[in-house]
Each structure stands twice: as structure tokens, then as C-alpha cells.
Ligand binder design. Sequence first.
Ligand SMILES: [Zn+2]
Length: 441
Amino acid sequence: MPTLLHNAFVCTGLAGGFIENGAVLIEGTKIAWVGSLSTLPPQAATTKRKDLGGRVVIPGLINTHAHGGLSMHRGCCDDGDLFQWASALAPHTASLTIEDNRAGCTLAVMEMVRNGITTACDCTRYGAGVFASVASEIGMRSLSGALANSPELRPNGRPNWPLALDETKEAIQVYQGNGLCRFYLGGHSPYSCTPQLLTEVKREADALGLHFVLHVAENRRENEMILAQYGKSPLAWLAELGVLDRRSILAHCVWLDEKDVDILADTGAGVAHNPASNAKLASGIAPVPALRRGGIPVGLGTDSTLSNNCLDLFQEMKLSVLLQRAASLDGMIMGASDAFTMATIEGARVLGWEAEIGSLEAGKEADLVVLSLDHPLGLTAERVLSDIVYHAGPQHVHSVMIAGRTIFEGGCFSMIDEAEIRSAIHKHYQTSEMNKETSDA
Ligand SMILES: [Zn+2]
């Protein structure tokens, strides 16, 4: 039976889309209608009704870059730049098993949902289907896959190609039919993959009609390495290899020059911007205003709990604006609507999922978050947008609906027993090889 969510302040995520005394009609997994209660279509008159008590409804937040499987390592390597951090981290992840990955992904998905994230693009080295499996059990939407690497180019590298391809094909068979999962093929980065590997992964991704994920231009030293090796910037090098197009999702893109921005605009690739991770690993601040001026889709990402350490897009929205203003001394360079757009519809565009998710519109999937926001002066479009980006946090998340199903409400998950799962994860962690290495380090 269709359900009408009413008595809500609805933010559709589209320009000017703020509806006081709004309502959302849900039919099956989709949104059938959104609007002001006074314009409710006649067929909605007899539906089941849910009073949201004046709360705010926003599109589900979209995390364009995460590494859920590393969640058990939160806080184990908090200092150093990207390369110091990666070296310090290597011994802790060397023996990571699929079970460790599953436990980490479970913690990550629960944290993301609590924080109003309804879709995440997750990266791992092994177990391309693990995040999809866990997310499906909890009811979250995912774009999952594994990043291939060339073992000789990484500390403690182990080969994971063509294993990642086989795992991804298997995961597609098992999970893609459930309506919540999509998959990609990826490479770790231009400095940890040979050109042969990058082009092979991209070719296989194209053959399967999948997106291609890569970390690019994250740290200045990466650009120096690629320049020394190939005589070009990472972006120019990847464009020459022919691996950039509309189905490329590039994480970070911090160190870009004007030509690189043009390359991104020409190829149609999207960017996953991770402001907290880039700041914590002393990588820098991505040129987001220039990217967006060039029409390049930019979404927000949390990266992992090792480099952040929260999977919280409210923080990323706020930081994305504050860092640009602090660096440019220009208080108008970016605002709340830019951040909200990146966390919703533009993030969906980066993942190639904008026809189905990212905004509250009739015909789209019913992925939405209900926030308990209460402004002392009353709710208006300006105050709600300001609160979402500069004031709100996980403590304001009242409930989360994905594909028309309420999977989290009032602090509880509807499809899983959180206490039981947490207890099993703690038990697993106490006996895992990884934990021994962490405590020995
Ligand atoms: Zn990453």
C-alpha cells in the first residue's frame, strides 16, 4: 500500500526545491509524488499516512568514496602524510582476511546509515562483493568493487588481478538483481598500477558496462613521481592511456593544473572529493570551485576511518566550504547549496546513478533521510539549508528510508540486530591476526 509522509519540510535537492508543509508519496521502492500537502493528488487521499511532526526530509546522502573494510583500524595511524601513512598502515592490513573485511564493512555501513548516508561507493583490494553483501543485508544502496594494483609497485602488495575481475563478475550474478547494488572495476592509482594493468582493467570495465574507479593526483609527490616517470601530470597521463571518460570516478584530484581541469571537462569524468581525508593526510585542498565551474561533476566522500576518522557527510559538507574559504580568503567562493548539491544529486551524477537517486522527484527511488531540525526562529528554506550544512550531524538523523523501506528509525535498524552483530564483531576482532599485528606494532 502506498505511504504518504506528511507534515514535513521537504528539501527535494533541486534548485529552489524547499516545500513547507510538504509531503512525499511512496509507492513500492519509488517516489510517486512530492509536493505541498494542499496540492495532494486525489489518488493519495486513501493511502497509509505517516506524520513526520514537522521534521525535515532530504534526499539520502551519497558517499562517493569509502573503504569500509578498513573500519576496524580506526585511529591506528593518525599521523603522517599520505605516503608515511600508507607505509605505517601496510603491516596492519597485510593479513586482512575476507572475514576482517566483512566485519569492517558491517561497521562502516551501520555508521553510514546512522549518519544519513543511503548510497556509498566502496573500495577494497580483495572481496569485491563483500560491501554489497553487507549493505544489502542492512538495506543500504552500494556501488562496490575492488581496486587492482601491481604488487611490485606497492608496499606489501599482493596480486589481486584478475582475481578482482572474477570476484566482481560473481558478485554481479549474486547481488545485482536485488535492486540495491551496482558494481565497478577499478585500479588503485597511476603510481601503483602499471599502464598495462590500467588499460586492461578499463577495457574489462567497458566490456561489462561498468564504471572505472581510480585514486588520482592525491598528493604532490604522486604528481612528481608520474612526471618523472611519464613526463606528464597524472591526469594527462591517464587521458593518453585512454582510461578517462564519463564512466570514470576519480577520487581526490587535489593536485590539478588548468590543463588537468580541461582534461576532466573534455572526458566527462567525475570527481570524488574527500576534504577531511585530504586535510588529515596533509594532501591539500582540491580545486573544487574550478572543477564545478568547468561543469565537472563533484561528489563528496568520506574515504576510510583510517584517514578521516568519521563516515559523516555532514562534516564533509561543512569542511568542503570552510576549507575553500580559508584557503582563498574569499567568503563567497562556495556556499551551503554547493555542499548540499555535492552530497546529493551531484554525487549521484559522479556515480552515474542520477536518473534513479540523488533528489526527491516522482519516479526516482525513495531514498530519503528525515532530520529532526528545529530552528529557534522557525524553519525557512535559508535556515534549513544553513542548518543541514553548518549545524546538523548524525544526532539529527531521525530515520532513513532506502528504496521505500525504513531501515533505520529512532536509533534502531529494522533489518538487523545491531547488538548481536557488534558483539560478533568484537569477538572476531579479539581473535583476528590483524589485531595481534596492531597490538604488536
Ligand atoms: Zn581511497
